[in-house]
Design a protein around this ligand. Sequence first.
Ligand SMILES: Nc1ncnc2c1ncn2[C@@H]1O[C@H](COP(=O)(O)OP(=O)(O)O)[C@@H](O)[C@H]1O
Ligand SMILES: [Mg+2]
Length: 584
Amino acid sequence: MKHKFARIFPYLKANIHKLIFGIILLIIIDLAQLIIPKLMQYAIDGIGKEGFTKINLFYTALGIFLIALLMTLLRYFWRIFILGTSWFVDRNVRQDYFEHLMSLSANFFNKIKTGDLMAYAINDLNAVRMFVGFGIVISVDIILLTIASLGFMININLKLTLLSIIPLPLLTIIIIILGRKIHHRFRKVQKTFATLSGKVQESISGIRVVKAFVQEEAELQKVSDSAYDYVKQNISLVRVQGMFHPSFMLIIGLSMMIVIVFGGEATMIGEISIGEFIAFFQYLGTFIWPMIAIGWVVNMYQRGTASMERLNEIFAEKPEIFDGKEVDPSIQKLAGKIRFSDMTFRYSKASPNILENISFQIEAGETLAIVGKTGCGKSTIIELLTRIYNPPKNTIFLDEREIYQILLKTLHENIIMVPQEIFLFSQSVRENIKLGKPEAKEEEIIQATKNAQVYEDIMDFRYGFDAVVGERGVTLSGGQKQRIAIARALLTDPNILILDDALSAVDTKTEKKILCSLIDIRKQKTTIIIAHRISSLQHANKIIVLENNKIAETGDHESLLRQNGIYKDIYEKQQLEEMIKEQK
Ligand SMILES: Nc1ncnc2c1ncn2[C@@H]1O[C@H](COP(=O)(O)OP(=O)(O)O)[C@@H](O)[C@H]1O
Ligand SMILES: [Mg+2]
């Protein structure tokens, strides 16, 4: 089995000289720290001795000061080297995490909450970073200071050393018991935090609905309940954490008591000097620090591993959609012929068939229209054609090559789909349009927006193409968003363009204008249009009517009208609706 922290090893390795340098500095600091009690011992014992003058005192003091100065300097540098490295590791893992999320398929995001993913990225990475950074530092301290200070103490007096460390194993026991509790409660804190951030995110993104249904108070209550939960869990964590330090202090007090009694006695009878007595105290101090530090490391280790486990779970998620063995990388350009062959599809074993025996074909450069009631599977056809979901084998052919032979990258370069729900980034209108073709020239952008009938709208914005979309910029209507998204698609001029209900918020007249200009500019290229208004589909080479999961009718506009079926029915109803609207 791979080590839990296997993912961060390469990044530690890449920074290994920085880490080693930092550790060397730490060792120097620790050693310097150990000299100070010796110097004090020398000064105290020197007092009253012959030949020991103020000059000697001054030099000792200067020595202590210089060592302290050196330690200050080196402390600054080890922080930069070791904690700095931990930040680099943090950044790299974060990058990997995001990259990994990007590689995962639509289905993964259906089943996991965004709030959870955010919490992992914030809290868990934090815990891992703390462990990597401080964990290394403290471990070095623990090993070195424990051995060295113990050595110095034994050097002063063995019996006193043994007596004074009697209470200290208690520290270890406390660490084990409280450490486990902390680990357990920390997990709960993390869980409630994930729930809380998920709730907040949902309330904010759904703010329009919340306001429309006057649910502000109810939403607030939900968030505040969840926040209260978070507080409760944190307090329960703090309760155990709060016991950590005081119990340490108690044990240290015990140890000090023993030194005063027995060390004091040893000094009185002259077994050790006063200087040694004081130095012993200081070494005991340095010896206790690593005992406390073990607690911290255990704490950080437990948090770090818990977090790493959670991150590993996400990292273990495999994309469901990937390039298989059958890909032929030599396929680079698609002319645009599309053929569906007897396809039957359902989303999962538990779901009913969404599509049944779907067969049709269009030649490169033709325009296909798909019509049918909401929920009849139009978008599903598109999701299979763009491999957002995996279609059954040997059912979809592009340029007569099976879809699985085409690299996903190639597929997505050749097929651009504009969905009904548009997502625009909070950037300028220009940047949003240039998304798929960053090198586009200004004229091209203008032409694309003219073809998408949104140029005039953009010119009306105060900052034109530089207007920022979203919260702190222009508020766009649904129709404007859709037309900007169409401009974005037209700019890349893909070999296959799909508009999946992408004109639903645009008025009839504008819709017709857009579709007319589409026919003009996409003469040699394949276009698929899914639309509700049949009147705008008259120019399509082929129209498919879906009903009850099957293709009910196919043909062009004229032939479908002659068939006297569903298509004609819908057409006549819509004609009537339009007439009534015009009369109003
Ligand atoms: N990811 C999915 N998982 C399970 N069922 C789905 C999923 N997406 C859509 N469906 C179901 O498939 C059917 C067809 O949906 P869709 O293709 O979006 O219809 P249309 O685009 O024609 O309105 C609907 O019944 C819908 O509930
Ligand atoms: Mg749809």
